[in-house]
Design a protein around this ligand. Structure first.
Ligand code: URP
Ligand code: ZN
Ligand code: ZN
Length: 484
């Protein structure tokens, strides 16, 4: 079997940095050490050899707001690899009344073109016996994390009773509950009021989703998860109000994780005040970009460990699609891109400023989520036996981000003009060198589905504690223990 040796670099993992060569054979890492030899050599001099990034939040070819997101599994995973990301986790979205496994089959039909490995979260978009049963089927089929939308009223949103029922079921089966935390009822009221008052531009999207709607929903989801005895992952945490709820929950010993996006860390609400309608609409996403105070809170969360993962929520719409909302901001398809830019932007603004160490960078872009989603150390690790999903990271390599040079199929980039320092020299997906010193050598269909096992340890610990602290009747003398 032909071998490749990554030579002369510094291996950087979530907890260690050390000089070593890495040998790859048959798609996995077979040796780490000094002076290794192989059939092919990749020169990593001056570079860091890190686990490839894992983006746990993408929407590729997703049906949403009357259209489909424009990057599919081919272009999306090509963009991912170009930026050093070697695995994406997409969301299966069942329609109203649709079974979970039917929806999963629709996603499998699309994902065969992927250039890198991928996994799925399942969304719970309605509630009934079919979904109750479907959760067990999804778990058996390797989808062990379940997202609930607390926003998008009248479309994807589920109510508290549905949330509680679903959370209990997921907890029982060893799954992970996830939430898009915004109070959808309040957003709907604010949206109607703003439109009635003539606030129709993209800036009103931000007015309709203030930090309070996110803080309230995050607190609510945390409390419901606690009562249901299920671990909780909060996606796209954008503000201090939500971060504060997660921080407090973690301090109290609750199993809660928070995921900020690279967009919220590096772009702010001033984008919505741009006089160019297209510029502002292209940046419409939920939750919206916030101010500097909230950004500082997110960075502090990554530094202190109260926030665990940086994702993109890559959901890319063209300018033409965004224009569905001319005259009514509530019709602008929600979503922005970022798959190619997450790693370079986080390195530049995190490691390049001293806010993150290289090891912390690896933790929040790869290892933490691999552990949370129970695919570590197959993914997220530089260890013998792990998949050779690796990025050889050149901290000196620079570029200016521009839509003209990106892999994504859309016609703009929300990071347009940003200078980044720190880029992949090579990106390997299960041993295949997909990015070779700026040259794209992706193989359509190379990507494989990563089935994940339930996470028994955390869920067992939670249910053990629940049993121990469950309500029990007080036994009183002279009063019958059973009801009449
Ligand atoms: N975030 C966003 O605006 N669009 C994608 C769907 C979602 O995650 O809410
Ligand atoms: Zn969301
Ligand atoms: Zn999303």
């Amino acid at each position: 079997m032909a071998s490749t040796v990554i030579k002369g670099g510094t291996v950087v993992t979530a907890d260690l940095s050390y000089a070593a060569d890495v040998r790859v054979e048959g798609g996995v890492i077979t040796e780490i050490g000094q002076g290794l030899k192989g059939d092919k050599v990749l020169d990593a001099t001056g570079c860091y050899v890190m686990p490839g990034g894992i983006d746990p939040h993408t929407h590729l070819e997703m049906p949403f707001m009357g259209t489909y997101s424009s990057d599919d599994f081919e272009s999306g995973t090509r963009a991912a690899l170009a930026g050093g990301t070697t695995m994406v986790v997409d969301f299966v979205l069942p329609g109203q009344g649709q079974g979970l496994m039917d929806a999963a089959q629709m996603w499998h039909n699309k994902s065969g073109r992927a250039n890198c490995d991928y996994s799925y979260h399942m969304a719970v978009t309605w509630w009934g016996e079919k979904v109750f049963d479907g959760i067990a089927d999804a778990m058996k089929a390797g989808m062990t994390s379940f997202k609930h939308f607390m926003a998008y009223k009248g479309a994807l949103m589920v109510n508290d009773d549905e949330l509680f029922a679903s959370f209990r079921r997921i907890g029982e089966l060893g799954g992970l509950a996830m939430v898009h935390a915004e109070n959808g009822d309040v957003v709907a009221e604010l949206t109607a009021k703003l439109l009635a008052e003539g606030n129709t531009g993209p800036e009103a999207h931000a007015y309709s989703r203030p930090p309070q709607v996110e803080g309230e929903a995050t607190n609510r989801a945390i409390m419901i998860a606690d009562m249901a005895g299920v671990p909780l992952y909060v996606v796209h945490v954008s503000c201090e109000d939500a971060h504060e709820a997660i921080r407090r929950a973690r301090q109290q010993g609750k199993r809660v994780w928070g995921e900020p996006l690279i967009q919220h860390l590096t772009l702010d609400e001033s984008e919505y005040f741009n006089p160019d309608w297209d510029h502002a609409a292209r940046r419409v996403m939920s939750p919206p970009f916030r101010n500097r105070k909230h950004q500082d809170s997110l960075w502090a969360g990554l530094q202190s460990g109260s926030l665990s993962v940086v994702a993109t929520d890559h959901c890319a719409f063209t300018t033409e699609q965004k224009r569905f909302g001319l005259g009514d901001f509530s019709k602008i398809p929600n979503g922005t891109g970022g798959l190619e830019d997450r790693m370079p932007m986080l390195w530049t603004h995190g490691v390049g400023t001293g806010r993150l160490t290289p090891n912390e960078f690896v933790a929040v872009t790869s290892t933490n989520i691999a552990k949370i989603l129970n695919c570590y150390p197959k993914k997220g690790a530089v260890l013998v036996g792990a998949d050779a999903d690796l990025v050889v990271w050149d901290p000196e390599k620079e570029k200016t981000i521009t839509a003209g040079a990106q892999q994504s199929l859309i016609d703009y980039n929300v990071f347009e003009g940003q200078k980044v320092k720190g880029l992949p020299r090579f990106t390997l997906t299960r041993g295949h060198v997909a990015i070779h010193d700026g040259e794209v050598r992706t193989q359509e269909g190379h990507g494989q589905f990563v089935a994940r096992e339930p996470r028994p340890a955390v869920n067992r610990a939670l249910s053990q504690w629940k049993d121990l602290t469950a309500p029990r009747p007080v036994v009183r003398s002279g009063v019958p223990a059973t009801g009449v």
